[in-house]
Design a protein around this ligand. Structure first.
Ligand SMILES: [Zn+2]
Length: 377
């Protein structure tokens, strides 16, 4: 099979209309362009992989385009657009503050602010992960931001808006990028699959979208990984295998069954997992993570630590409400001990089944120990 071109690069949006899941940002930017209401500084904030840098580059491109389209998109054919597309433009300077955050890095950027654009109207400076700049770099930048030359436009991007000092915030037009909805990710992936003549099972794209957790960039890199090891068909089963992940559905189902003391279902779900080629160790690890999420979902304060999409979060909250804290804590303990014991166990399946049985009959064990304590008193 021929080398698959990394779709993140190949399908990077060339117009604002192609940007997935950020139509509110795209339309506001297009409006501003149409009315010629340009700011000197923009701040693009939002989670990683949702299109901040892509939009920054698009804005940079359209600002210098010689034939902006009616829809306020770059023409993608003029000499300026071509230079941008080939990363050969002198009018765009990018700094990744995650790895270049010192005052020296900032000084060399500021140095370039002094020179007028060679061709086109604007010189655009994109600073990615701007919150990672050192304090001295921030201060050096602030002076430039206070009195920028007319041709300079700064586009700052960050995943952590709260770390940006108010003096910078007050000078920027702020755009909040959203996590991309699963449906939008699925639609984009299916479009790419069709263009690449790839077949797919809808559930396969669904699981990629869920695992990408709102980040298109992550979805595309998982997609590429799966495609490069497939024979032209993206199958749900191979996605799970490829990512070596267990569908969280198993865990939701298993906890539901355990709450109802339905041991038969718990054991059958466990064997379904084994039949799908997963080792007991991977299963127990996933169960620990699931229980931990339930524990976090039990309290509003810890809920913020749950890094899953809103729909999935709601499912954890709902299941957490059905369980008692002592059930979750005891189960965590049981599964944790089983995972440790697994390394020395002669039969890993039995060790896992014992832990699952104890978890399922948690209430009875609890009652039994209460009776024992009463008897002793
Ligand atoms: Zn152009």
């Amino acid at each position: 099979m021929s080398q698959f071109v990394v779709s993140a690069r190949k399908y990077r949006p060339k117009t604002f209309d192609e940007v997935v899941g950020q139509s509110h940002v795209a339309s506001t930017l297009k409006n501003a362009l149409q009315k010629d209401q340009l700011a000197h500084a923009y701040l693009f904030t939002g989670p990683h992989g949702v299109g901040k840098t892509t939009c920054a580059r698009l804005l940079a491109k359209v600002l210098n385009c010689q034939n902006i389209t009616e829809g306020q998109n770059p023409c993608n054919t003029c000499s300026s657009c071509e230079a941008f597309s080939n990363s050969a433009s002198f009018n765009i300077i990018e700094l990744d503050a995650a790895s270049n955050n010192s005052v020296e890095h900032m000084r060399s950027l500021i140095e370039q602010v002094r020179f007028q654009p060679q061709e086109g109207k604007y010189k655009i400076f994109i600073i990615d992960e701007v919150h990672m700049l050192s304090t001295s770099a921030f201060n050096a930048f602030l002076k430039t931001l206070e009195e920028p030359p007319s041709y300079a436009i700064f586009i700052l991007a960050t995943t952590e808006k709260h770390k940006i000092i108010p003096t910078i915030l007050s000078r920027c037009q702020i755009y909040d990028f959203k996590r991309i909805q699963n449906n939008d990710i699925i639609e984009q992936l299916s479009n790419i699959a069709e263009k690449e003549n790839l077949k797919y099972e809808p559930e396969a794209l669904n699981i990629i979208a869920e695992k990408a957790d709102g980040a298109m960039r992550d979805a595309l890199s998982i997609f590429d990984r799966i495609v490069s090891s497939s024979n032209g068909t993206i199958e749900y089963k191979s996605v799970l295998e490829n990512l070596n992940i267990l569908d969280y559905e198993y865990y939701f189902k298993m906890i539901d069954s355990a709450i109802q003391e339905d041991l038969a279902s718990v054991i059958l779900h466990f064997h379904e997992v084994l039949n799908n080629g997963f080792e007991p160790a991977i299963f127990l690890k996933g169960m620990l993570e699931h229980l931990r999420k339930l524990l976090l979902a039990k309290n509003e304060k810890t809920l913020s630590l749950l890094t899953v999409g809103p729909e999935l979060k709601e499912r954890y909250v709902n299941q957490a409400m059905l369980t008692s804290s002592s059930f979750v804590l005891t189960s965590l303990n049981l599964i944790n001990n089983a995972e440790i014991a697994l390394q020395r166990a002669s039969n890993k399946i039995i060790t896992s089944e014992i832990a699952l049985s104890k978890m399922t009959f948690f209430n009875r064990i609890e009652d039994l120990s209460k009776k024992k304590r009463t008897a002793l008193n």
